[in-house]
Structures are given as C-alpha cells and as structure tokens.
Design a protein around this ligand. Structure first.
Ligand SMILES: Cc1ncc(COP(=O)(O)O)c(C=O)c1O
Length: 430
C-alpha cells in the first residue's frame, strides 16, 4: 500500500494548539457533503440548529462518563432507564416490556437476533436439531444488518421477494419457513422504499409457527407514532400487534439525538434475559453486560435523553409535519415530471425512478443532482433515486425540485446525443 504523508502522518512529536487543530479539522471537512445547507438526504438528520445544539451540549456534559459502570454512574443508568420507559410508552409496550440503549440500529438488530437464537436453543435441543445454520426469514427489503447478524451468529438468511407494491409478502414468507426457522422480520418502514410491511400478517404466521417476530423500526420508531398523530395511516406495527417480540428503534435517526444511540425493546423480561453476556474466568472479577459494547459512551445516552425531553411529543410532531410537507411536495413534483414513485411511501423515506417504458437514465439524473451538491442514495432493480427526508428539507424542497427538473432534461438530452440510456450506478449507500 502506498503511503502518503498527507494521509499517513507520523506520530506528532509535539502537541499542537487547539486553535490550529480546530482550523485543521474544519479544513478536513471541506469536501464533505454540505448537510448543514440541507443538501444531504442520507446519513444526517437535520432537525434544526436548536436541537443540534442540545444534542451536542448534552453529549459534551457526559462525554467521559461510562455506562459500563452503573454503580459508578447511576446518572447514566437512570437516563437509560428513562429513555427505555419513554420508548416503551411511545411504542405501546406492555407492562412486562424492557430494553436497552445500544450504539445503533445494527447493534440493536444483532442483539435481537442473538436473543432469539439463544431462546431457541432449548427448543432445538429437544428436537435434536443443530442451532448452527438455523434460519431467519425476511423480506428482500429488510436491512443488511440482519445478514451481518446472521454472519456473526452462525445463522442462515432467507430473503424472500416482495410483492408488486414492494411490501413483504406473507404468503411467500410462510412458504420459506421450515423447522429450522427461528425468526421473522418486518420493517416499519424498510430503508429502500420507506414502506411499512404488513406486520399483523407476519405476526399471525409467527404465532401460528411459534416464531419470534422482530420489527425493524430503526427508521420509524421515533417517527411513525408522530406521523400517525398527524393523520398518516399505517398498518399496525408496534407492540399492539400480538406476536411482535422485539422492536429496534434508533434515536440517532428520527429521534434526532447524537450518533451512537438506538433502543432495543423486548416484550418480556424472560426473552430479554437471552440478550446479555456474563463471564468471570479472569483475575478482574465477574463482568456482566447487556449489550455488545464494553465501554458505553455516556454522551450518547445523555444526548438522547436530553433531546427527547427538549422536543417532547409536540416538538417531534412539529418536525414530523415539516417532513410530511416536504414529502408531499416531492411526490407532487415527481408526478409533474412524469417520474414514478416506488410503492406508496407515507413517511420520510422514498424512492423514485422513470415511469414504466421510459428509458430516462436515472443514474445520470442522480449525477447531475450530485454535481449541484445534492447528496442521496440510490436503489436498484428497479433503478431509482432514494431520499431520506429531514425536517429541514422543507426549506429547500422547491430548489431541489427545480434542480431535479433540470437534471431530468439534461439527462434526456445527453442520452439522445449519445444514443445510450445507461447511466452508471453511483456508489451505493454503504
Ligand atoms: C431500516 C433500517 N434498519 C437498520 C439500520 C441500521 O442502522 P445503523 O446504521 O444505525 O446501524 C438502518 C440504517 O439506515 C435502517 O434504515
């Protein structure tokens, strides 16, 4: 591998003044996406400067504290307990509900799958089945964090095609279930199209087959309840659906907390008992941890706790209304431009592409938008542009639509000139 002094400096002999370092840090961000100007529709959630400030200050107050030690930091234990109680209240958790904060959606999903696997162990032993290679059945649209979890935990993934509306297909999923299936997954909403799967139908299968149903509400956990209060109709998706065993819901997405904050909620204490890890065979005494991490950053917990209290339901509803307004304007704009919305997204995520039979090179459209500073993801099969909207997008939606109209015209002209309708797929969402 080539070494480059600029990217691989040697360890500094002398310290550098903070003023200079701050300047350098700001300089390093020069080529980053301009998310503060609301031009990114992925990776960052912009709820307004005031919320960002609360998240930052709360993080800084507890940046050195460590939730690995609840006896040393009862403050963090209390904040985590309060965050979980608020989450269970919001997601209609039963009195038996319990949960933990984790570092993000991927960790919440990993722990849900781990809990499910370990809970299934006794059942598999009874039936003389090998738990290694037991399988998870999920729609094709479920997040790849499940594949990561399966990879780490020695399980098999069975992705099942979605229906013509891009929703989980319960009939096809049921067919994929066999005696070595342990978990079903539904998303609320899924990342690629922003659609809420038919959770009650999946729960019916889970109850009939004795399976664990996980609802991935990493995106929707702190958005759906407020969208519903604003009149958005969604299929039932939370703990009100009997059969839902765990829900993952990220605070660093539409909870607007600093990054490193998600929640994993369980229906009962019994199933939660399978989540943790305990060991003592070393000189430093027994260690028991509820999540993957050893050290758990206090800042992420404090930030989430503070933002939830700062916004309250009223604040979240106000941010949600702005997202819904932006989405409605975009959907109307797509219609005017003859573009096709994929499925019927009612929340903050959506994907769109050319109408059926139209050979518009959609990735060339993406490229023109990208060159004008707009950053977002893509989807494939069918090809399209992906948007993950924030409240602040309401302020720039008209400019985006004007640029989109230009981009479509430019891409069509280019395609006519070169005689090709194939735009190269840009780098995908990681
Ligand atoms: C539906 C869904 N689940 C899980 C995740 C993973 O979350 P994280 O990136 O916080 O690990 C994401 C991330 O975008 C997501 O959209």
């Amino acid at each position: 591998m080539a070494t480059d002094a600029a990217t691989h400096p040697s360890f500094p002999e002398k310290g550098v003044a903070w003023n200079e370092l701050r300047e350098r840090l700001e300089g390093l961000g020069e080529n980053d996406v301009d998310w503060r100007n609301k031009k990114s529709a992925v990776y960052v959630f912009h709820p307004g400067e005031d919320v960002l400030e609360v998240a930052k200050e709360a993080y800084a107050l507890y940046q050195s504290e460590n939730a690995l030690g609840p006896a040393a930091f009862p403050s963090l234990k209390r904040m985590e307990d309060e965050v979980i109680a608020m989450a269970l209240d919001l997601l209609n958790g039963p009195d038996t509900g319990i949960g933990n904060m984790t570092s993000g959606g991927t960790e919440s999903i990993l722990l849900a799958v781990k809990s499910c696997r370990d809970a299934a162990a006794a059942r598999f032993e009874e039936r003389a089945l090998d738990l290694h290679g037991a399988n998870l059945v999920l729609p094709r649209t479920a997040h790849l964090a499940f594949d990561k979890a399966a990879h780490y935990l020695g399980l098999e993934i069975r992705r099942v095609d979605v229906d013509a509306d891009f929703l989980a297909d319960p009939v096809a999923m049921r067919k994929a279930v066999d005696q070595r299936t342990i978990l079903l997954v539904g998303s609320a909403p899924c990342f690629p199209y922003g659609l809420v799967d038919p959770i009650p139908d999946l729960a019916e299968i889970a109850l009939a087959e004795g399976l664990w149903l996980h609802v991935d509400a990493c995106v929707g956990g702190y958005l759906n309840p407020f969208a519903e209060r604003e009149g958005v109709e969604l299929p039932s998706w939370d703990f009100r659906v009997e059969g839902v065993r765990t829900i993952s819901a990220d605070l660093h997405k539409y909870g607007y907390a600093a990054k490193g904050a998600s929640t994993l909620l369980h229906r009962t204490h019994e199933q939660h008992a399978f989540q943790g890890f305990q060991a003592q065979d070393w000189p430093a005494g027994s260690m028991s941890t509820p999540t993957v991490a050893g050290t758990r950053p206090g800042g992420a917990i404090a930030s989430a706790w503070a933002v939830m209290h700062y916004l309250g339901a009223e604040g979240y509803r106000e941010r949600t209304r702005r997202i819904l307004t932006a989405r409605e304007k975009i959907v109307a704009g797509l219609d005017t431009l003859g573009l096709r919305l994929l499925g019927d997204p009612r929340l903050a995520l959506l994907a769109f592409g050319p109408a059926e039979g139209d050979d518009l090179p959609i990735f060339s459209v993406w490229k023109v938008l990208h060159d004008r500073g707009w950053f977002s993801g893509i989807v494939q099969n069918p090809d399209g542009i992906h948007l993950m909207l924030s409240p602040s997008h309401e302020e720039v939606v008209d400019t985006y639509l004007a640029d989109l109209a230009d981009a479509v015209a430019i891409a069509r002209k280019e395609a006519a000139k070169t005689g090709t309708s194939e735009g190269a797929a840009p780098t995908r969402y990681a």
